[in-house]
Design a protein around this ligand. Structure first.
Ligand code: SAM
Length: 293
């Protein structure tokens, strides 16, 4: 993926200097008086989710995707593995996560071992555009607020459709643009939030359909997320001193400016978001094809 090297490097820097990180999670657990040698998923799950709407949003996604105990789920861009651990713990299924940022991948492994979920949950360090998995490997592919960072959405959806089994489900939520987003807004989001480009609801619907998937449902989350994001901005501001201690005053200020701008674009209806549930179609069996001729 030589053409995306610079972009991938900026995504890694963005997540290497993200206010939510392993050290910050440890600090907040210690502040609650949690014994880190006996950490459980029941406690960790409140601290390690990096998407909009927290555990409830993951519950809705998992339920709409029909995830069952016997399934093997792939979380594409799994971050520190919060949703992967939560789904495996709640449902009892196997979950694999893939993430390109090495620090996120290493934190995911460490946190998973700490809560003893490493027999069900594993992680791969890799690029969502070029996944090291065989065709038809997973029952369900999920993602939450991550594909906004991935360039070449046609290739991303093609990769997800390749690795999910026929009849399997691709279920995800993502940050979207609306027709009100200006090219100047997009330039800022590209440089400050590392979003190379953003899809629309119709854009994802077309990509799913053209990759042999049937879109079963989609829900526009733009209004709900506008409220959720006001809360996230406040949460990041509450972490400002810790962000400054970890990554310096300039990064803390940059983060605040970038996030304030991002949330303002939701307030103004220029950014949106949605949940998509799609099923990969089964290839027609040869007899059906011949009958149809
Ligand atoms: C907002 S985090 C989402 C984490 C997770 N969904 C959660 O809810 O906790 C986005 C993640 O996407 C990863 N990412 C971005 N571009 C990627 C790519 N091309 N391939 C794999 N991972 C990528 C980043 O490294 C980051 O960890």
């Amino acid at each position: 993926m030589a053409e995306h090297q610079d972009h991938l490097a900026s995504v890694v820097t963005y997540y290497d200097t993200h206010p939510i990180n392993e050290q910050q999670i440890m600090h907040s657990l210690q502040a609650r008086g949690v014994d880190l040698d006996n950490l459980t998923e029941e406690v960790l799950k409140e601290h390690d989710q990096d998407h909009f709407g927290g555990l409830q949003a993951t519950d809705v996604l998992a339920s709409k995707a029909g995830i069952k105990k016997e399934h093997h789920v792939l979380d594409v861009c799994s971050g520190m593995g919060g949703p992967a651990r939560y789904i495996a713990h709640r449902i009892g299924c196997r979950v694999t996560g893939i993430d390109f940022t090495e620090s996120r991948y290493l934190s995911a492994i460490k946190l998973t071992e700490m809560v003893g979920l490493d027999t069900l949950v594993d992680f791969v360090h890799g690029n969502a555009l070029d996944m090291p998995f065989e065709d038809n490997s997973f029952d369900v592919v999920i993602a939450q607020e991550a594909w906004c960072h991935v360039p070449d959405k046609p290739r991303l959806i093609a990769e997800c459709a390749r690795v999910v089994k026929p009849g399997g489900v691709i279920a995800f939520t993502d940050i979207l643009c609306t027709d009100k987003l200006s090219s100047g807004d997009m330039r800022r989001l590209r440089s400050e939030m590392t979003f190379p480009d953003l899809e629309t609801i119709n854009g994802y619907a077309r990509l799913l359909e053209s990759n042999g998937c049937t879109l079963l449902e989609h829900d526009d989350l733009s209004k709900v997320w506008t409220k959720v994001l006001e809360g996230r901005l406040a949460m990041y501001r509450s972490l400002a001193e810790e962000t400054e201690r970890s990554f310096g005053a300039e990064r803390a200020r940059e983060w605040d400016d970038a996030y304030e701008f991002f949330v303002s674009r939701y307030r103004e209806g220029r950014l949106g978001g949605a949940r998509f549930i799609a099923r990969r179609d089964r290839a027609p069996v040869q007899d059906d094809v011949e009958d149809a001729l």
